[in-house]
Design a protein around this ligand. Structure first.
Ligand SMILES: Nc1ncnc2c1ncn2[C@@H]1O[C@H](COP(=O)(O)OP(=O)(O)OP(=O)(O)O)[C@@H](O)[C@H]1O
Ligand SMILES: CC(=O)N[C@H]1[C@@H]2OC[C@@H](O2)[C@@H](O)[C@@H]1O[C@H](C)C(=O)O
Length: 364
């Protein structure tokens, strides 16, 4: 199928779009990729929506405003790709993620917003969406979803292999020599760093890690964070963009200088990744890093120091680290279309191999 994958990630920076020819099990031709950034006003509104998501209902007018603007930007992204496609993979924007926690009986909940019917109407294409809900309803974490696509892409690479995505939140996929998949969120990555940089400098993020590279990580702030139960908890596990906000506030990080605060958040991200590696059955031969965080030299340097194995941007494997998630949602859309599983016990803790997603549009 000719697919267009669309991802609006936890960094709230814009829509990533990618054209992919795929049957969901293998990737054929890779077409154009692009990012359409959100205007500052939409970015601010989405950040407010995240903060308010736990209190608002589905009919909230501010939610409707955000969904309309978000969907319009996705329509623009499909048009900007400009290649014909049969199917769109539309992740939408996660505004709240509360999967079932181990030991809790409370039902899990995950909320991705975006108007799939409108996207289908305005592009004339069929849209796969709502990728996470079925997994969460079955007791899975609903995230990460991309690992099955990592496995497809890494088919010919030496194993064991670790693929790390440094988005707002970081997630890792470990692939064993026999193809076994273990995947989970490692901890916060650019999310808190972006919030910090915005307060300190007014910029959307710490470009090229300038602030962090000028500072020193603070051991006193890191100590309580390193004892956070998240790090030792075995997978499966997944995070909401704001899950560490409380712990970060309580750590005293706010009292640090802008540069030391950024350096401390960078160090904490690397510490979380090193803690994640302790949950792998065997060390990987290398770490391939995707997501915007691989452009942050402070983060890459901290990872290099914290991990025993080589750490490289995914471009060494010929992949595009900015487009990987969007490409993955193209592949996942084809899997939804074919009823193939999206999630597995090793990736989300699903009770078995789980299909998921819903379809809307003209092919139906
Ligand atoms: N040159 C750069 N220097 C430092 N950081 C950068 C640079 N370029 C991108 N980033 C970081 O990458 C972030 C965007 O990353 P990405 O697009 O992978 O996140 P996302 O897909 O929104 O998140 P997630 O994967 O959690 O859903 C920016 O918010 C910024 O923090
Ligand atoms: C609930 C949610 O949207 N989670 C995102 C987020 O961003 C990174 C990490 O946390 C990952 O678990 C997931 O996204 C990717 C695309 C995934 O599901 O694989």
């Amino acid at each position: 199928m000719r697919t267009i994958g669309l991802m609006s990630g936890t960094s709230l920076d814009g829509v990533d779009a990618a054209w992919v020819e795929t049957d969901g099990e293998a990737i054929g031709r890779l077409g154009p990729v692009l990012t359409l950034p959100y205007a500052p006003a939409l970015r601010r509104d989405l950040r407010t929506l995240l903060d308010r998501a736990a209190e608002i209902g589905p009919e909230d007018p501010f939610l409707a405003h955000c969904v309309a603007r978000l969907t319009e930007r996705h329509v623009e992204a499909v048009r900007a790709i400009g290649w014909p496609a049969d199917l769109i993979g539309f992740h939408g924007q996660t505004i709240l993620h509360r999967p079932q926690r181990p030991g809790s009986n409370a039902a899990g909940f995950t909320w991705q917003v975006g108007d799939a019917a409108r996207l289908a109407r305005e592009t004339g294409m069929t849209v796969a969406h709502d990728f996470r809900a079925a997994d969460v309803a079955a007791g899975g974490q609903g995230a990460p979803l991309v690992p099955v696509v990592h496995a497809v892409m890494a088919a010919r690479l030496p194993k064991p292999l670790a693929i790390l995505n440094l988005g707002g939140v970081a997630n890792v996929t470990w692939i064993g020599a026999d193809g076994r998949l273990i995947a989970f969120d490692t901890g916060p990555a650019n999310g808190p760093l972006d919030d910090w940089a915005r307060l300190a400098t007014g910029e959307a993020y710490d470009r090229d890690g300038r602030l962090a590279l000028a500072g020193q990580a603070d051991g006193g702030v890191l100590a309580p964070l390193m004892a956070h139960p998240w790090l030792a908890a075995p997978p499966p596990k997944s995070l909401d963009r704001l899950d560490f906000d409380r712990a970060l506030k309580d750590s005293g990080a706010a009292a640090l200088s802008p540069a030391d605060g950024a350096a401390t958040l960078v160090a904490f991200c690397a510490i979380c990744v090193a803690a994640a590696a302790r949950h792998f059955p065997e060390p990987p031969v290398q770490w391939l890093v995707a997501g915007g965080g691989r452009r942050n030299p402070a983060l890459m340097r901290a990872l290099g120091a914290a991990l025993a194995e080589p750490v490289r941007a995914v471009e060494v494997a010929g992949w595009n680290g900015d487009a990987l998630e969007a490409q993955a949602f193209g592949v996942l859309a084809a899997r939804v279309w074919r009823g193939l599983p999206l999630t597995f016990p090793g990736t989300t803790g699903a009770p078995g191999s789980m299909p998921g997603g819903r379809l809307v549009g003209p092919l139906l």
